[in-house]
Design a binder for this molecule. Structure first.
Ligand code: NAD
Length: 259
């Protein structure tokens, strides 16, 4: 569906902009890629899931928006991440929207976590946020500004276990958002954090959404519906667009009112 056929907002300021999404092949990242492309943005995305990226590109072919550019890159490898940013800037132009999205929420037994597990958990969930920001900021300065959107998680705010590195990283991303907003604000580069609740992506439905989880969500969420990837993407679009021009350094929660 193109943005003009959608019942939701169209953002003229996103048309022609270059956006870069990490972990964009599947899940929420794929929704961000598709939604930005539907607004007329030229989107580059990095991932390690070539098959997922191929499925997304097939799905988007012929939908009317500009065809996204896929670059294979492991975000844990900072050199690969930098090369991916360079490839997108070479292919599409300077990046004015960065969505730091890649993550891994595999559950962990706290009894058996060792230092390599800890370091990997932080590398896949936190470290690349900083290095992607570092890689795009010169281009954003050249453009006169930009919008950076980091993905946090409601798990850093509610009762949640089995994810110590993931949750530590997600809490840190909120702090990183604040300091980067302050560092880059003078260049009109905005940095915000989107905090999703439990979003019903394919992976969540396959791996983690049990009948007990559904029962819990029915209890803790204020709204009765499940949070879907498109609900989070609409927040990302607004933060990416000039409509949110004076908003930076904040977290934006999309969780159906989890209490
Ligand atoms: N789905 C939820 O319920 C939920 C809730 C809160 C926060 N979030 C956050 O939203 C973001 C997206 O979540 P999701 O559920 O779509 O995740 P997901 O696991 O479904 O998808 C993550 C994507 O990142 C890619 N990826 C993983 N490791 C990578 C690496 N090393 N290099 C490059 N790509 C890599 C994966 O291949 C995948 O395409 C994450 O930051 C997550 O923490 C999700």
């Amino acid at each position: 569906m193109t943005a003009t056929e959608s019942p939701y907002a169209v953002y003229p300021s996103l048309r022609g902009k270059v956006a870069f999404v990490t972990g964009g092949a599947t899940g929420l990242g794929a929704e961000f890629v598709a939604s930005l492309a539907a607004q007329g943005a030229r989107v580059g995305f990095a991932d390690v899931d070539d098959a997922g990226a191929g499925r997304l590109l097939d799905r988007l072919a012929g939908t009317g928006g500009p065809q996204p550019l896929y670059v294979r890159a492991d975000v844990c490898d900072v050199a690969q991440l930098r090369s991916a940013v360079a490839a997108v800037e070479k292919g599409l132009g300077p990046i004015s929207v960065l969505v730091n999205n890649a993550a891994n929420d595999t559950r962990t037994d706290i009894e058996t976590v060792d230092t390599p597990d800890w370091d990997h958990g932080i590398a896949v969930n936190l470290r690349h946020h900083f290095f992607a920001i570092q890689a795009v900021m010169a281009g954003m300065r050249g453009l006169g500004g930009g919008s950076i959107i980091n993905l946090g998680s409601i798990s850093a705010h509610v009762d949640f276990t089995g994810l110590p590195m993931y949750i530590a990283a997600k809490a840190a991303i909120e702090g990183l958002t604040r300091t980067m907003a302050r560092e880059l604000g003078p260049d009109r580069i905005r940095v915000n954090c989107v905090v999703p609740g439990w979003v019903f992506t394919e992976r969540q439905l396959t791996h983690w959404v049990t009948p007990e989880v559904r029962e819990k969500l029915a209890r803790v969420q204020s709204l009765p519906d499940n949070v879907m990837p498109a609900d989070v993407a609409r927040m990302v679009l607004w933060l990416a667009a000039d409509d949110s021009a004076m908003c930076t350094g904040q977290k934006w929660i999309v969780d159906g009112g989890w209490m």
